[in-house]
Each structure stands twice: as structure tokens, then as C-alpha cells.
Design a protein around this ligand. Structure first.
Ligand code: CDP
Length: 300
């Protein structure tokens, strides 16, 4: 009887129906992701011998063409990526809103900590913590911080800076052929014990991109949004910090300026390419639905 009434309201009132559908679509659970993307999705986070045998091909994300896995390339890969289900995960976004938050301890209490774009750790330990399980490395950083690793000295500096991270350093290298070449060059001089440099699996990124396209989100996911989605596929609890894609923030008393990144000052910093405000509105809905927890403001 109750269901009949809901049905008749829905068919009479399309806006109620639309809202209900949207809420159902956006509600993202581990089980839902596994059902839609396959339960193996968690093991596709990076390229391994297990998921990329010799002779198989991998697509580039922004370019046409395929990369064929040679035996030399295969030998450079980790054997497999098997992740147990995680209890609590922190995803650390790079917004300047993290400054003075005192959230470092809270962030590090998670079993698994995602970090974006090799943000420096020690100087921001109080606000952003230091634990790192998976840290993204966008190869554009080679150009910005390491002069394209053209010289041995910049390759050395890259390797030395990367020693601060633990777990996996996750290079988004399959954007195109020249980016992959640059990554391979960096990996060949990369011999440190603190972490493993892995190559982001293009199929994994594409799967999550398509997952959100099916829910009406058009632009490519930002790193933080993508990591939050990945966390939902493998963690019981997903906590988000440093997600505030706006130049001003508010506390109980006043409003104040927010830098785009907590660890650096950029020119034209608020010209961001990802439509993070749309992503943020999705994350807020997931927060209201109890699927993720966004931490903004000070941590106790
Ligand atoms: O690699 P990408 O340009 O996506 O990210 P980033 O600028 O290094 O920041 C990492 C992530 O933090 C972003 O992908 C966003 O999800 C989040 N972020 C935010 O919410 N607000 C900001 N002001 C900056 C970043």
C-alpha cells in the first residue's frame, strides 16, 4: 500500500521522482561500485604483472593508441596489487583550508592515507599529518619542480624528495606516450626503500570517470575526487580533509581568504580546470547521506 502511494506520487510528480532517482544514483557504496565496475576493480589501481601480462595492451588516457606490454616493461612491474578491505581511510585534498586546522593527528589515525600530487609532508605535519599510504604524482611535477629530469642532478633531487613518502607513489603516467617515457626514465633511476613507484592503471581511472559520467558528471575527475571514489570502493569509512575549492571560507565569526594549495602559493591560483565546485557538491551530498565524512574547520 505504502509503495503504491510512493509510486503514484512519483508518476504524478516528476520532480519528486527525479530527486529520488538522483539520490539513488549518487548513493555510492562499496558493494554498489563492485557490482557496477566488477569486484576486481580494487586490484586495478596500478599496473602490475598480474593485471597486465606480456603482450597485453594498455590505453592512454588523453591520446589515441595503445601501449603493448613488452617483457622488459613487464619485469619492471610489481607482481600484484592485493588490498584487504580497509577500515578507515583519510583522503587529503590540497586546499589551503587545511592550514591551521590541526587535523594532522586525526588524518594519521586512519589505516590508509591518500595524498595528492606529492605535497610536502614535514612542514605541514600539524595540519596535514605525515602518514602516506598512496601518494599521487602527476608527471607535470617533473617539469615544474625537477626541470624535466633532463639532468642527473634533477633526477637525484626527485629521488631524494620522494623518500619522504611511504607505501605507493602513484604516477599518473598513462596520460600519453611522452609522459610514460618520462616516468620510465624516472623509474630507471629510482631505487629507494621507502616506497614503490607504481604506474596508475588507465582502465581504473577510466572506469571511475565513466561511473560518474553515468551519474551526470561531465568533466574529468580531479585527483582528490577520484581518490575519494577509490576509497569508497575499499574502505569502510572515508574521511576527507582539505577539500574546499573556494577562495574564501567562513568560521563562526568572520570570513577569510583561502589559498588554492596549503603548501604553495600559485599565480592565478583560482583558475582551476576540474569544476571542483561540482565535485564538492557531490561530496557534500555523499556527506549528508552518511557515505563520506568531510572535515572542514578545526579538528579537536
Ligand atoms: O591534481 P589536481 O589538480 O586534481 O589536484 P590538486 O590541486 O593537487 O589538489 C588535490 C585535490 O584536492 C584536488 O583534486 C581536489 O579534489 C582537492 N582540492 C580542493 O578540494 N580544493 C582546493 N582548493 C584544492 C584541491
Amino acid at each position: 500500500m505504502a509503495e503504491e502511494r510512493i509510486d503514484s506520487i512519483n508518476t504524478r510528480n516528476t520532480s519528486v521522482q527525479a530527486t529520488a532517482t538522483y539520490q539513488r544514483n549518487i548513493f555510492t557504496t562499496r558493494e554498489g561500485i563492485h557490482q557496477e565496475l566488477g569486484s576486481n576493480i580494487t586490484n586495478l589501481l596500478f599496473v602490475t604483472q598480474e593485471n597486465s601480462p606480456i603482450g597485453s595492451t594498455l590505453p592512454f588516457v588523453y591520446e589515441k593508441g595503445l601501449w603493448k606490454v613488452s617483457s622488459k616493461f613487464y619485469k619492471s612491474l610489481p607482481k600484484k596489487a592485493t588490498f584487504d578491505r580497509l577500515t578507515r581511510c583519510s583522503v587529503v585534498g590540497n586546499s589551503g583550508s587545511l592550514l591551521h586546522s590541526n587535523c594532522g593527528k586525526h588524518i594519521d589515525e586512519a589505516d590508509f592515507v591518500y595524498r595528492c600530487n606529492a605535497a610536502p609532508l614535514k612542514p605541514f605535519a600539524a595540519d596535514a599529518g605525515t602518514k602516506s599510504s598512496l601518494t599521487s604524482f602527476n608527471p607535470s611535477i617533473f617539469g615544474k619542480r625537477y626541470k624535466g629530469i633532463a639532468k642527473q642532478s634533477s633526477l637525484k633531487k626527485f629521488v631524494s624528495d620522494m623518500q619522504q613518502y611511504h607505501g605507493y607513489l602513484w604516477g599518473a603516467c598513462f596520460s600519453g606516450r611522452s609522459t610514460l617515457d618520462l616516468c620510465m626514465k624516472a623509474i630507471s633511476g629510482y631505487n629507494i626503500k621507502e616506497n614503490v613507484f607504481v604506474l596508475a592503471h588507465p582502465y581504473h581511472y577510466k572506469s571511475f570517470h565513466d561511473y560518474w559520467i553515468r551519474r551526470g558528471k561531465k568533466k574529468l575527475p580531479s585527483t582528490g575526487f577520484y581518490y575519494a571514489s577509490d576509497a569508497l570502493s575499499r574502505c569502510n569509512e572515508t574521511h576527507l580533509y582539505g577539500f574546499w575549492p573556494f577562495p574564501r571560507a567562513f568560521d563562526d565569526i568572520s570570513s577569510y581568504n583561502v589559498s588554492y594549495h596549503y603548501f604553495e602559493k600559485l599565480e592565478n591560483e583560482w583558475k582551476e580546470p576540474h569544476a571542483m565546485n561540482i565535485e564538492f557538491s557531490i561530496l557534500v551530498q555523499l556527506h549528508l547521506l552518511g557515505v563520506v565524512k568531510i572535515h572542514n574547520g578545526k579538528c579537536e
